[in-house]
Design a protein around this ligand. Structure first.
Ligand code: BYC
Length: 469
């Protein structure tokens, strides 16, 4: 179904044909806009931003470009087209027709997963709300806002599911999604990473590289769900997620490129000298990488999880790209899982979080290798690396264990003594923050990051992507 932009809430779910649902969502809409004004990108409500808006849900139809004030962005509800006679592809219900309504016995679980997913979207907008004031270029400012408005729409997608399929408790949960706030002492966001502050652009690029990639893998798992409306929603969201990760991989690459330029110019690898020259030294970059990678690993849940086993068995949540696996029931197989007490053979269903985490780690490594190759090609010996998945964990078997980035258990005192070599220290953060000065002249870029290789939508890099009010 085409998307009708004349409607108050653009959608391809025939909202006009369901007056009750439409009224309920039209009631939520002003609350969302209030939340955006209060908790969204601060002080940029009147800026005119060159944004992409989805206009249809097929592969080519999601890019209508134009200058928009963010509160006027056309958030809407878009589900990927239904697949005729879709069957569930895994678990004990393998081969059964996908559910068009929520099965009573899975209601609580599905609602909880949708709420957890939905909670991350506004959380990330809140985390990033101050970054607009220190953007290294108008090009980057635009990328930030593009990511933000799309997270806003992902929230809409989850709120639609809650309202359409979960009755009164769904409506209450939708209210709560706007009431919890990232980092709030009393009402924090649900998952740990989404309460971490993102105050500088290096963290933003690491977040979009590592944390949005968790989004990709979780959405791929939910895109397999037996609950068809959820699967279709996630399939559409995945198209946008790819752009967020590109912002991350290119953003970090540009930081590396600029640092290498100065390292070559000054013929030095010494962090102090590079900092004096106003660029991020590579060991600091590695520490930021260590932080955001390890925090994002936590988002996959525990290595051994009865929740994960139940999601899989009952057809609620599959593995990313379930179709690529040979066997989809997984009742009798096991996975060797490393725990501090040694390697344990865990029933595959109970190890589904770990299966997904391992696929994620592999995917993360591609970008890290790309950044490392840049360093190598510039003639320096430094290697950026993913730390061991045991390092700095707060969820799962390794939670709270003192482990070094190579994966070795160390003593608590060793860990404390080396902490600032492994994770961003207060001094690192203060230094990175000191670089965060806004650059708002079209085509100009801050000194700590290389310019983008090209502009957006075939426009030149120096285009005025954001007209500040
Ligand atoms: N922080 O059995 P376990 C995205 C809780 S990102 C705090 O291992 P399970 C995006 C867990 O809730 C993708 N708590 O958990 C990216 C459980 O609590 P209860 C977001 C945590 O259920 C960037 C307990 O620990 N989507 O879209 O197997 C920008 C036992 O754990 C954490 C999803 O997450 C944590 N990190 O799996 C914007 C998909 N981890 O029941 C957006 C939906 C675990 O004991 N969520 N816990 O109170 C899920 O599929 C699952 O909830 C999880 C955890 C994968 C998160």
């Amino acid at each position: 179904m085409a998307i009708d932009y004349q409607e108050r809430i653009p959608n391809n779910v025939d909202l006009a044909g369901n007056a009750t649902l439409q009224r309920a969502l039209e009631h939520w809409q002003p609350r969302f806009l209030d939340w955006w004004r209060e908790m969204g990108p601060r002080d940029f409500l009147d800026a005119s931003v060159y944004l992409r808006t989805a206009t249809s849900v097929d592969a080519k139809g999601w890019a209508s470009w134009g200058a928009v004030k963010m509160p006027d962005y056309r958030w809407g509800i878009f589900l990927a087209e239904p697949e005729a006679d879709r069957k569930i592809g895994f678990g004990d219900v393998m081969g059964e027709p996908a559910w068009q309504q929520v099965p009573g016995e899975h209601r609580t679980t599905l609602r909880r997963l949708i709420v957890t997913q939905g909670d991350t979207e506004p959380a990330s907008v809140e985390q990033q709300r101050l970054l607009g004031h220190s953007a290294p270029s108008l090009y980057d400012l635009r990328s930030l806002f593009q990511v933000n408005v799309e997270e806003g729409r992902h929230l809409w997608a989850m709120v639609y599911l809650l309202h359409a399929y979960f009755g009164r408790d769904g409506r209450e949960e939708a209210e709560e999604l706007l009431a919890r706030h990232s980092g709030d002492a009393d009402r924090p966001r649900i998952l740990s990473t989404f309460n971490e502050p993102i105050e500088d652009w290096l963290s933003f690029f690491m977040f979009t590289y590592f944390t949005d990639r968790d989004g990709k893998f979780q959405l791929m798992s939910l895109a397999e769900s037996g609950f068809d409306p959820l699967a279709r929603t996630c399939r559409f969201m995945l198209m946008e997620e790819a752009h967020h990760m590109m912002v991350g991989v290119n953003g970090v690459a540009r930081v590396v490129a600029r640092t290498l330029e100065v390292m070559t110019e000054l013929k030095t690898e010494e962090p102090d000298k590079l900092r004096e020259a106003g660029v991020v030294d590579l060991p600091t970059l590695q520490r930021y990488l260590n932080f955001w990678f390890s925090s994002s690993l936590d988002l996959f849940g525990a290595e051994v999880s009865t929740n994960a086993a139940a999601y899989f068995a009952t057809g609620i949540k599959g593995r990313p790209d379930e179709g690529r696996f040979e066997e989809h029931v997984c009742r009798d197989s096991a996975l060797a899982v490393e725990t501090p007490d040694g390697v344990q053979d865990v029933s595959l269903r109970n190890a589904m979080n770990e299966v997904t985490r391992q696929a994620y780690i592999k995917d993360c490594d591609n970008g890290v290798q790309r950044w490392s190759r840049m360093i190598e090609q510039a003639g320096f010996a430094f290697h950026l690396r993913l730390p061991s998945p045991r390092f700095h964990r707060t969820i799962g078997a390794w939670a709270g264990r003192p482990v070094d980035p190579a994966g070795n258990l160390v003593s608590e005192s060793q860990w404390q003594a080396r902490r600032d070599d492994w994770l961003p220290s207060a001094a690192d953060k203060a230094f990175v923050m000191s670089l965060m000065r806004p650059v708002t002249e079209p085509g100009k870029v801050a000194g700590w990051i290389a310019p983008p290789e090209r502009g957006v939508n075939r426009l030149p890099a120096e285009y005025e992507y954001v007209r500040l009010a």
